[in-house]
Design a protein around this ligand. Structure first.
Ligand code: NAG
Ligand code: CU
Length: 305
């Protein structure tokens, strides 16, 4: 079928209205790739990823699903890992790659304690933050946008992390509608790890938070207009990165320049004024004008975005 003029753009909008969200398809831990079960098929085959049952986001900061994603199920397996291991988290959508492109990505861990992580309820978790990325250094593009080509989110386990069972929680906050309260979209995924080695790094009590609990709907990084002033510093929600993650004895757990220990990062240069609708750039739906279309179509089609 040959489409001309604006038709491809409209088609794109409709596709997005139906599939505008995502989940974690697989996680690479220290060089081994672990695949999730797929939406709503938890337990078969056994996995290390706590499977969610919908690609829709959590939009309330008090929703219990903020912890590990919508109705995330205990996973049957635990991935062996070592302090300092590189981790790659592959977010996917029904269309293929992840395609939201504004907002931060944050990583947390929680020790499962004396409970096997296969039985550890996320509601019991005390989380500490190990990593967060906002916009790319010197740019107004968010790190999240580089996943639109199928690239993973990258992080590392802390170099001196104490041995034990942990949940690793990776989170994307999509901010394209965050100008209104309740508009931010939270995507979280938990992976079950068994960390070996001889590290002694651990968070302090005051670095531990509950999720839900650590975020407020009016936090400056959650209720925020990311379009009108793309050079404004971004304030990450939640606690600071736990000190042991970056202290001198342990050094940085995440060597990428875009990883920030600080809660606020400065922005780069101004964006190009126009974002055009191009089939090869799915991110086009998230320019301010396209965002209005996105919302209008969502209302029309009955999908919540
Ligand atoms: C993760 O690392 C790969 C390989 O270096 C890179 O292509 C990709 O853009 C990175 N992901 C993010 C979100 O920056
Ligand atoms: Cu979405």
């Amino acid at each position: 079928m040959k489409l001309s003029g604006a038709a491809p753009c409209l088609l794109l909008f409709f596709t997005h209205a139906a599939d505008a969200h995502g989940w974690v398809g697989s996680v690479n831990i220290g060089g081994t790739l672990y695949t999730g079960d797929g939406l709503g098929t938890s337990g078969s085959p056994p996995s290390v990823i706590r499977q969610v049952d919908t690609n829709s986001p959590v939009t309330s900061v008090s929703d219990p699903n903020l912890a590990c994603g919508p109705n995330a199920q205990l996973a049957q397996e635990v991935a062996p890992a070592n302090p300092g291991d590189p981790i790659a988290v592959y977010w996917v959508s029904t269309e293929g790659p992840w395609f939201h492109n504004v907002g931060p990505m944050l990583s947390y861990m929680a020790n499962c304690g004396t409970t096997p992580c296969t039985e550890f309820e996320a509601s019991q978790a005390m989380w500490f933050k190990i990593e967060q990325v906002g916009r790319d250094p010197g740019s107004t593009a968010w790190a999240q946008a580089s996943m639109n080509s199928g690239a993973p989110a990258n992080l590392s386990l802390p170099n001196n992390l104490a041995a034990g069972g942990y949940l690793l929680r990776h989170e994307i906050i999509a901010l394209q509608n965050a100008v209104s309260e309740g508009g931010a979209e939270f995507y979280a995924s938990c992976t079950q790890l068994s960390v070996g080695g001889s590290g002694d790094g651990a968070p302090t009590q005051d670095e531990l938070v509950k999720l839900p609990g650590a975020y407020s709907a009016t936090d400056p990084g959650i209720l925020v207009d990311v379009y009108s002033n793309p050079n404004a510093p971004y304030t990450f929600p939640g606690p600071p990165i736990a000190a042991f993650v970056t202290d001198v004895s342990g050094s940085s757990s995440s060597p990428t320049a875009s990883t920030s220990r600080a809660t606020t990062t400065a922005m780069g240069s101004a964006p190009s004024a126009a974002t055009t609708c191009a089939l090869k750039r799915r991110v086009s739906t998230q320019s301010p004008s396209a965002k209005r279309w996105h919302r209008a179509l969502a209302r029309w089609s009955g999908f919540s975005l």
